[in-house]
Design a protein around this ligand. Structure first.
Ligand SMILES: NC(=O)c1ccc[n+]([C@@H]2O[C@H](COP(=O)([O-])OP(=O)(O)OC[C@H]3O[C@@H](n4cnc5c(N)ncnc54)[C@H](OP(=O)(O)O)[C@@H]3O)[C@@H](O)[C@H]2O)c1
Length: 345
């Protein structure tokens, strides 16, 4: 840590997740964004330089410098200056980079694309913050697993729940990507269960969950449909209240014209979120219903931003801060994540 006591953070991998986490780190008064890696010359790196972020070249700096980028050093130089790295490279690079982090003596956060056994523990702030306290290598679970963990954690603290069946409609690619998938098709996953269910158990081991997944031709958000067996009394209103009162879940009011993922993303823009992001789980209030001893939940997940607050809390936990609630409050305050849900129609 620096003399001022701020945690020195470096970002390795400045893509969809890395650029958002970098901005979030820069907003924390207990953290210092030392710099971000530049892998190739592109619009993200141009924006990083304009924001004043120090750029550290992953490989040869010459092409970046030839394109007008100011390069502060190599990735090894960045590692020599930080307490902790947030690695947001495509899998399996994060796990492979651990050799470098160990050698440099820095802690590291990996993302959900990496295998769970690559790190000492998987992480979701609401589910298992305490497990990451003081750890050196932690994996923040994926966007879908983060959403499932927030919602199932909130519900299981209110009622005894049994088997969970999750159907996940996954966005085919992120809005800024190109050429990753077909445009007019739905692609089922033939993994039974899909990796999401087992992944939830890395942070909530007592949840009995089975998931199936489909890739659908949209870029905006994922949508989940959950059927949750109830082993104790829970009314529709109690289930809605449990989600309304939980952190990082936004219960969408039924008559506000928020019927599609496009409208939810528009709400993110109207709320003034950076890039129009939506870091909370967006659960449709009218999609939360108890029917025949089962609770149904329909929710949307903004894949590009939902893990951003989790990365910030993971930094604090790994650097020894034991107060999960205080960390989450601080993170949410700085990122503009509020309890905006209400009982309106
Ligand atoms: N996107 C999502 O929806 C999402 C959601 C939750 C979790 N995750 C997870 O987050 C991780 C990152 O995903 P992403 O979507 O942010 O990926 P991404 O948009 O493809 O960004 C990856 C970044 O890593 C850089 N990179 C590539 N090779 C590198 C290397 N050897 N060293 C340093 N940087 C390198 C890329 O550089 P270039 O700019 O040169 O390509 C790019 O900036 C994955 O584990 C993923 O599963 C993704």
């Amino acid at each position: 840590m620096s003399s001022k006591g701020r945690i020195k953070v470096g970002i390795v991998g400045y893509g969809t997740i890395g650029k958002r986490v970098a901005d979030a780190v820069a907003l924390q008064d207990d953290m210092e964004l030392v710099g971000v890696t530049a892998n190739s010359y592109n619009h993200r790196i141009i924006a990083a330089q304009r924001k004043g972020y120090a750029l550290y070249a992953v490989g040869d700096a010459a092409p970046l410098q030839a394109a007008g980028m100011e390069i502060a050093g190599t990735m090894d130089d960045l590692l020599a200056k930080v307490d902790i790295v947030i690695d947001a490279t495509p899998s399996p690079l994060g796990a492979q980079n651990l050799v470098k982090y160990r050698k440099a003596g820095v802690k590291a956060i990996l993302q959900g694309g990496e295998d769970a056994d690559a790190a000492e523990c998987s992480f979701n702030a609401q589910a298992n913050y305490a497990d990451a306290v003081g750890k050196s290598y932690v994996r923040v679970v994926s966007c879908n697993t983060t959403a499932l963990s927030r919602v199932l954690g909130a519900l299981s603290s209110r009622a005894k729940i049994g088997h969970v069946s999750a159907t996940i409609m996954r966005r085919a690619m992120d809005p800024g990507e190109k050429g990753k998938t077909v445009m007019n098709a739905i692609e089922p996953s033939f993994s039974f269960p899909s990796h999401h269910g087992p992944d939830v158990k890395t942070v909530l081991p007592d949840i009995d969950i089975f998931s199936v997944a489909f890739k659908v031709p949209t870029t905006l958000m994922h949508v989940h449909s959950l059927e949750i067996e109830l082993k104790g009394p829970l009314t529709t209103e109690q289930a809605r209240d449990a989600l309304r009162e939980a952190p990082r879940i936004h219960l969408l009011p039924p008559k506000a014209g928020l019927d599609t993922t496009a409208q939810i993303m528009e709400l993110g823009k109207d709320l003034g979120q950076p890039r129009g992001d939506f870091m909370e789980v967006a659960a449709w209030e009218k999609g939360v219903q108890v029917e025949g001893g089962k609770l149904h939940v329909i929710m949307a997940v903004h894949q590009e931003s939902i893990v951003v607050p989790e990365n910030i809390d993971a930094v604090r936990a790994m650097m020894g801060d034991k107060d999960a609630a205080a960390s989450m409050r601080k993170t949410d305050g700085t990122l503009g994540i509020g309890k905006r849900a209400h009982k309106g129609k």
